[in-house]
Design a protein. Sequence first.
Lengths: 430, 427
Amino acid sequence: MPHPLAGSSSEEAVGGDSTPSPDLLMARSFGDKDLILPNGGTPAGTSSPASSSSLLNRLQLDDDIDGETRDLFVIVDDPKKHVCTMETYITYRITTKSTRVEFDLPEYSVRRRYQDFDWLRSKLEESQPTHLIPPLPEKFVVKGVVDRFSEEFVETRRKALDKFLKRITDHPVLSFNEHFNVFLTAKDLNAYKKQGIALLTRMGESVKHVTGGYKLRTRPLEFAAIGDYLDTFALKLGTIDRIAQRIIKEEIEYLVELREYGPVYSTWSALEGELAEPLEGVSACIGNCSTALEELTDDMTEDFLPVLREYILYSDSMKSVLKKRDQVQAEYEAKLEAVALRKEDRPKVPADVEKCQDRMECFNADLKADMERWQNNKRQDFRQLLMGMADKNIQYYEKCLMAWESIIPLLQEKQEANGFQLVFIPWWSL
Amino acid sequence: MEQAPRDPERQLQPAPLEPLGCPDAGLGAAVGKEAAGAGEEDSGVDTMTHNNFWLKKIEISVSEAEKRTGRNAMNMQETYTAYLIETRSVEHTDGQSVLTDSLWRRYSEFELLRNYLLVYYPHIVVPPLPEKRAEFVWHKLSADNMDPDFVERRRIGLENFLLRIASHPILCRDKIFYLFLTQEGNWKETVNETGFQLKADSRLKALNATFRVKNPDKRFTDLKHYSDELQSVISHLLRVRARVADRLYGVYKVHGNYGRVFSEWSAIEKEMGDGLQSAGHHMDVYASSIDDILEDEEHYADQLKEYLFYAEALRAVCRKHELMQYDLEMAAQDLASKKQQCEELATGTVRTFSLKGMTTKLFGQETPEQREARIKVLEEQINEGEQQLKSKNLEGREFVKNAWADIKLCSHADQYVQKGNSSLDQC
């Protein structure tokens, strides 16, 4: 069966942020679920065919998750601006296709705005506290600095929201969450929100009642390691974000100078006779390089920086989950100690201590599984990100190279015509 | 005054072979004369004199640069760079080259040579020197005259300078130039003894002439405008290029910061570690690659500067033309008024109001003898004036002809230099 999203907009194909599984690069036959190129061909205007990351972008794999074939597909697209008396905002179309029994219809199409996503995320945190919930793109935007309705901003946000939903879709537990289902299907989400239905899972209910105030003595080694890792990871990403911003700033300043540089050759060419054409050629060449540079800085701003920030937010929310886990363990250990001191109920362990132990062990298991999944996805995401960055830079240099190579014949023929043997511009003649 | 006044005409003799103002001396004739002269000379293989210097193929190179310390005019310690100039003659028969002269010169001596040539050959577009101080620098380091890259580029520029003079049909035969290449000691004194500084035109005089001249040759006026505009656009180009280079440097160097952070990140990763480490290393390589790139670009900037300096030299020739033309016009004007005075005296008519006329009316006419005497003086002056005018006219025309020929030559001069510093056939 052809990929259900094959007919979707090419944005999806190019953005390509569907979460690839760790099996992505293994040579493996997929049976009747073959590697299919969406839209049946090379999307126009994308990166050079030779780069492998672009290939990754274009392939939509039907990957097996936990041995089951995929049966839920979600895509975010078609941003639209709504102007009302009170406010102006953007909605995005969410299209869902699924064969799961939890969905009444095989296909749904709804419109959601950012605050709906925000609501969904807090509901997920509430109801699935033992799991790592993916981050949303930043909520607040300083008005006046960034145009909330500019094409670039909206597109960047759309990609992030799409990624958010796909990560949930790929999660074996979160994707079955009731709130998520409603989010994808309900015609009137606001009515549902108002109902205030707290559909907590057993764990959610359980964790909700964990009293704070218990201090954990020592974090178990493996979770301490995760905590340390996340600390350093977020730190390094923060540094990379700062460096990337600085590079973009320097590139923009370089661009400003280039835009002044090119036209001077045109001015010069107006003074000359035979040299006019080559000089004009140089001017045009520099103009092309300027345009290529502008495309590079735009790409870096729109594709590279947001992903870094997303992962920093992700790390932060993960650290909160770790702390919650600590609390659960702390409560269990405290209660256990209290029982040990009481000596009365031995050897029978009281029910509530048992509940605490149960809670802790589930939490640990969920968290460990999520961490592993997260590590795999992180590897894929960063592979794609860094290779994309490399590709964009390569493309930039290729464009510049092409521009300069195209005027070399022009310069050379001028040289031969005048019998000169200079390397660059022939000597001016009156 | 330290020096006794010297006869300017005589001073012209030792330097160029043909004095200015010689009516039949055109370039073609000059070359022919030389060639004819060559046949008569005894070109002994081992004796290199001024006359047969150019009969052999000559190779000139500025091969080395060396840092020196010495005492300057104010007896203070200074550090400067000296350049080794080697001259080789190449035998026709076997193509072997023999080192004939080698001496060290510093930049100020090159400058002195050029200033001398500017004064004695005002109709020639004298090849430019590389810049005295680094201008249009994009990086503070490049402004240092002792920087090895700067010294190397200067060495190339000085070599080109000498080669261009050597390949110029007129300049190459200058004795002072010959001595520059061959006589290490006392050369400075020899140049100064020519008294060329006294012959230089004052800037003020030249400026005055530029404004007041009425009929300059249109070709020179057009040329002047062209060289002004060229200087302006190339200066602009060099300034912006420097800024572009500075910004590009910034872009590359900031990428270097990635090197360290990727390396640190790789330390906490298992599967990603190697890839990140490698990425960091490549960022370092990328960041350091800019130094060579920009150094290469400096050579391009040097070529642009050459255009700039040549435009300046061109401008100097135009200025000289305007000066000469102005002198000519002034002399003509002077002559015309003297002629008129003479006529008035001779015929006794006073066509225009004059003081003489007034005093005559008031105090009576002068005696015939007095009048005769005055007429005689005037006639002599007129004669002189006419002679002067004639010679100035001639000079002017000669200048225009030679200068124009030289400018045409300029367009092809670079062929000789760029073909490499190899044998220069005598012009």
